[in-house]
Design a protein around this ligand. Structure first.
Ligand code: NDP
Length: 329
């Protein structure tokens, strides 16, 4: 198998020099293990953080280790009674074409329900993240105003559509005219702000003069500050991620306008999808049902071949992805 290992910890975002590509012999499964052919590798903004030695929800990937990644694999050899050859599973498979690992901790997927890539997007980790973050922490009510950033992305697109279903007015923030058109024409957003083309604060004043009840934050930085300056009383800020800060994680600075939380008796709360692992089935049912009814649209951006890995991550941080980014192995 081909593997991508961490060669060195980058000072900023990962680039081609961050990785070593190796070709190594595979390993037969031991008791309770599976050997998987990796089919899809998920490309996530969090990867920039997973390689930085900062305090986080998981141990960082160390220099020399195979890069961590979510993925979908097909069982080619099984020493677990729960799986047979040909079964398809989701889990932390790493950036490699083949892996041998314990069956415990993997989730079996049904390729007949939706095409496999959806299990890395709307019907997978990003979809569950958007679903729980919005409904549990954001708690939008009918008639309220919800703003979401990275709105055209994997998590953001689910947030916008679920918020719409809850009866809220939804404004998406994304980079570029194409993505903004997608928000309005395909995802049903009531408004779209192109943060690369106009000042977010000025745009919010125009589009949501009433202020913001729920902000689902995927980007942090200047956008978070612009929103904080415009929250309504008892607003909820859902801190899902902060892509704009991932180049300088250790030096990330919080928002200047945080005292608006006091002035508006508002709440700002972070979370990780891991908090909701025991309830994944619930999210899968809800989102799956919406998808079947045509009420939840998601798109996948699929790059071909494991050697696209370094370029894929760079594309993600340039905003070049249209929907959930992944590699087809
Ligand atoms: P996306 O599909 O949204 O892709 C990332 C997007 O981020 C890009 O397309 C780009 O969109 C935007 N972006 C990149 N750089 C910047 C920047 N400097 N400033 C502002 N926007 C930028 O990725 P995901 O849906 O997978 O992830 C979205 C967020 O959710 C991330 O913050 C991620 O870390 C977080 N997340 C959190 C989880 C949790 O458990 N808390 C789990 C999964 C994801 P554009 O073109 O609009 O700029």
């Amino acid at each position: 198998p081909i593997r991508y290992r961490l060669a060195r910890v980058p000072a900023g975002l990962p680039d081609a020099e961050t990785w070593t590509r190796t070709q190594e012999p595979g390993r037969a499964p031991g008791d309770g293990e599976l050997r998987l052919a990796v089919r899809y590798i998920s490309i996530d903004p969090a990867m920039a953080g997973w390689i930085q030695p900062v305090r986080s929800y998981a141990e960082p990937v160390r220099v020399g280790e195979v890069m961590k990644a979510f993925g979908i694999g097909e069982v080619v050899d099984s020493r677990s009674e729960r799986y047979s050859t040909g079964d398809v599973v989701f889990g932390l498979l790493g950036v490699q074409t083949e892996v041998t690992l314990p069956a415990k901790g993997l989730r079996k997927l049904d390729p007949k329900i939706v095409p496999l890539p959806k299990y890395l997007g709307g019907l997978g980790m990003p979809g569950f993240t958007g679903y729980f973050g919005l409904t549990e922490i954001g708690q939008p009510k009918a008639g309220e105003t919800v703003v979401v950033s990275a709105a055209a992305g994997a998590v953001g697109s689910v947030v916008g559509q679920v918020a719409k279903i809850s009866g809220a007015r939804v404004i998406g923030i994304a980079g570029g005219a194409d993505k903004c058109r997608y928000l309005l024409d395909e995802l049903g957003c009531d408004g779209a702000i192109d943060y690369k083309a106009e000042d977010v604060g000025a745009a919010l004043d125009r589009v949501v003069p009433e202020g913001i009840d729920v902000y689902f934050d995927n980007v942090g930085g200047a956008t978070l500050d612009a929103v904080l300056a415009r929250i309504r009383r008892h607003a909820r800020i859902v801190v899902c991620g902060g892509v704009s800060q991932y180049a300088t994680l250790a030096g990330a600075r919080g928002p200047a306008n945080y005292l608006q939380l006091v002035a508006q008796s508002a709440r700002m709360q972070g979370f990780t999808m891991l908090d909701y692992l025991p309830r994944i089935q619930e999210a899968a049912m809800q989102l799956g049902a919406l998808m079947m009814k045509g009420k939840l649209k998601t798109r996948e951006h699929i790059m071909d071949g494991i050697d696209q890995f370094p370029a894929a991550l760079e594309l993600l941080f340039a905003g070049g992805n249209h929907g959930k980014l992944m590699i087809k192995v």
